[in-house]
Design a protein. Structure first.
Lengths: 178, 178
DNA sequence: GTCGACATGTAAATTGTTACATGATTTA
DNA sequence: TAAATCATGTAACAATTTACATGTCGAC
């Protein structure tokens, strides 16, 4: 009854080594120095994650002939797992709690999914965003008198933020459809 | 060498019981049913959190005379801790990774901080948001040719999302200044 | 009288954080 | 040759998730 499901960090690493073979240290540097800085770069998270990925045979460690250094590369298994993850149906709870994960999925779709699947992902994202935004607006109206000002403003922030995501998503859809 | 620092969930609960005395179950319901649904409502997180807060004497358990049921209320200590937390200087890393926490801090400021401190919080937030947005834009430009399309679009999402937060914050500042 | 909601917990497993530890290689 | 960076790991601790466990109370 073991879970064996890769964590979000596992997928982040998997997506990175898919694009380019990397050593553990190089992966840490990516998380430290690039816009992916929201993921942990501590050795105590990266190296255990790489072990997990190896145990699941999603990545393998190979010697780079040029640099004589060991690097990780994605396996067939790993590619399939990455694709499965990207094609997972979006749920309302993802939009409520795991927007980061959806964005990470999108960020790695390059060259893995075809245009049709990317569009389907964005369309599904739009539907769930709209639904969640509406829920928040209704909640705001229904609790107008009970909720203190700052609480209402915080919810308003949530709505605005989701609207920004929605308009981004529509924009990207437009852009992809050329 | 123990840390004894309340977690984000601890502060979320502390903020709730500050507004109103609540039982553990009632707290769970808030996280299940309201816009605070991004915080965990599982008994395995709520009850241990309440124990931590009690051990730190930030909340105390009392019998509600009317309902004959036990509820938690915030202590003097708890009020001070909540205030300290809200007055913590904002850092760039908060804007990069912990925007949720900043929003939670704002959401509970009602009746705890005076107008001046709220404004200072928002002004500091603005400064850090602007700085982070600029960093992301520079990163986008510097890596334009190396980063694949989806990666650039994901960063663009980050920028748009932060801009939404910034415009919200400016709006709130305006609103508070009347 | 039974079903659903109220109500409070614990245990195991998982994950991640912080700090520690070690050594090689490069560069000033 | 000393300092910085490269490079990989472990250990202790903290927090959360999931599942289990138990019992009360009100409504139908």
């Amino acid at each position: 009854m073991k879970s064996n499901n890769p964590t979000l960090l596992d997928f982040a690493i998997l997506g990175l080594v898919k694009k380019e073979n990397l050593s553990g240290y190089q992966i840490r540097k990516v998380f430290e120095e690039t816009a992916m800085g929201n993921y942990s770069s501590s050795p105590g998270s990266i190296y255990p994650s790489l072990k997990r990925l190896q145990k699941l045979s999603l990545v393998e460690q190979k010697l780079n002939e040029d640099t004589r250094k060991s690097q990780f590369s994605i396996t067939e298994n790993g590619l399939a797992a990455l694709k499965d993850w990207m094609l997972r149906p979006i749920e309302l709870s993802d939009v409520q709690k795991n927007l980061d994960e959806l964005l990470l999925r999108f960020a790695f779709m390059d060259g893995l999914l075809d245009e049709k699947d990317v569009m389907h992902f964005l369309e599904s994202l739009n539907i769930h965003l709209i639904s969640h935004i509406q829920n928040l607006q209704e909640f705001l109206q229904q609790t107008e008198d009970q909720t203190p000002l700052h609480g209402r403003l915080a919810i308003d922030h949530g709505i605005r933020s989701l609207n920004a995501t929605l308009s981004w998503s529509k924009n990207v859809l437009h852009l992809i459809q050329k």
